[in-house]
Every structure is written in structure tokens, then in C-alpha cells.
Write a protein that binds this ligand. Structure first.
Ligand SMILES: CC(C)(COP(=O)(O)OP(=O)(O)OC[C@H]1O[C@@H](n2cnc3c(N)ncnc32)[C@H](O)[C@@H]1OP(=O)(O)O)[C@@H](O)C(=O)NCCC(=O)NCCS
Length: 136
């Protein structure tokens, strides 16, 4: 890399935006659920997330897979802003508002100085999520 470019990167101000994306294959996710069982569910999903998925019996696994993808996407987005901030899966919660829009709650006891937005989508075979983290 030319010296001038390296200097420019070193001097760059801290990022204000981070982005992340994740895709989950349903067939593999079903296997993970089967292998991990209740312990996996409890480690990854909040009670509210599980209740949301179970309230939709024909598509429960899709909603769980989408939430799993959302958590991974959020971890990627936040790590671009705060590389040392370590979040466990369960500390990232997807909560749908009354219009069905997914919102992210972070349960790590830190000041809310980063806003995170996600978008989810799923079909029979895959679930995807994208996330944007914003530091004002
Ligand atoms: C809300 C809508 C965009 C969801 O799209 P979809 O193709 O049915 O479903 P997807 O798998 O892509 O997305 C589902 C996810 O969208 C998210 N979602 C739901 N409502 C949402 C909204 N109002 N805004 C943003 N995201 C929304 C949810 O996270 C949902 O997943 P979840 O239930 O697991 O949380 C769609 O139902 C809709 O209302 N489209 C408006 C356009 C329309 O009415 N077209 C019909 C005539 S062509």
C-alpha cells in the first residue's frame, strides 16, 4: 500500500456507521436446533423471541432462524464501530413493534450510544438479516 494511503487510513476519524449481514440455511439451522435442543434455545433467544416464533406454529423455525441471522448481523455491524464490545447472542434481542417492524434491544448494560437497525427476510429455505449500527 502506498505510504500516503496508509497515512490517510491511520488519520481517518472513527467510523460512525457499521454494517453487517448474515444468511442462515434452514436445513442446517434445523440440525443445530435438533443437536442443541433446549440448551441452545435458552443460550441464544430471549423468552419473548421464542414466544414470538412459537406463536406462529407453521413458521416457528423460520422466525428463529431470522433472529439468529439478525444477532450475527448486529454483532458484525457493532464490531465495525466498537471492536472490543463483546455481545452474547442473548444480549441482542429482536422485538417486533405493533406494525411488525423488527427493533433491536441491546441488553449489555452499556449506555445506549449506538443505535442499531435491522431488516429481516425469510423464505422456506433461508433467512437473512442486515444490520446498520450508527454512532451519533
Ligand atoms: C411487511 C412486508 C414487507 C414483509 O415482507 P414479506 O415478503 O411478506 O416477508 P419477509 O420474509 O421478506 O419479511 C418478514 C419480516 O419482515 C419484517 N417486517 C414485518 N413487517 C414489517 C414492516 N412493516 N416494516 C419492516 N419490516 C417488517 C419482520 O421482521 C418479518 O420477520 P419476522 O416476522 O420473523 O420478524 C410485507 O408483508 C408487506 O406488507 N409488504 C407491503 C407491500 C404489499 O402490501 N404488497 C402486496 C401487494 S403487491
Amino acid at each position: 500500500m502506498p505510504v500516503t494511503r496508509a497515512r490517510r487510513i491511520r488519520r481517518a476519524p472513527p467510523a460512525h456507521l457499521g454494517c453487517g449481514v448474515d444468511v442462515v440455511e434452514l436445513a442446517r439451522f434445523r440440525q443445530v436446533l435438533k443437536r442443541g435442543g433446549r440448551a441452545f434455545l435458552r443460550r441464544v433467544f430471549t423468552d419473548q423471541e421464542e414466544a414470538y416464533a412459537r406463536a406462529r406454529p407453521r413458521t416457528t423455525v423460520l422466525h428463529l432462524a431470522a433472529r439468529f441471522a439478525a444477532k450475527e448481523a448486529v454483532i458484525k455491524a457493532i464490531s465495525q464501530l466498537e471492536p472490543t464490545r463483546l455481545l452474547a447472542m442473548k444480549q441482542i434481542e429482536v422485538r417486533n413493534d405493533r406494525l411488525g417492524r423488527p427493533r433491536i434491544l441491546l441488553h449489555d448494560g452499556r449506555r445506549k450510544h449506538v443505535a442499531v437497525h435491522v431488516s429481516l427476510s425469510h423464505v422456506d429455505t433461508v433467512a437473512v438479516a442486515s444490520a446498520i449500527a450508527i454512532r451519533p
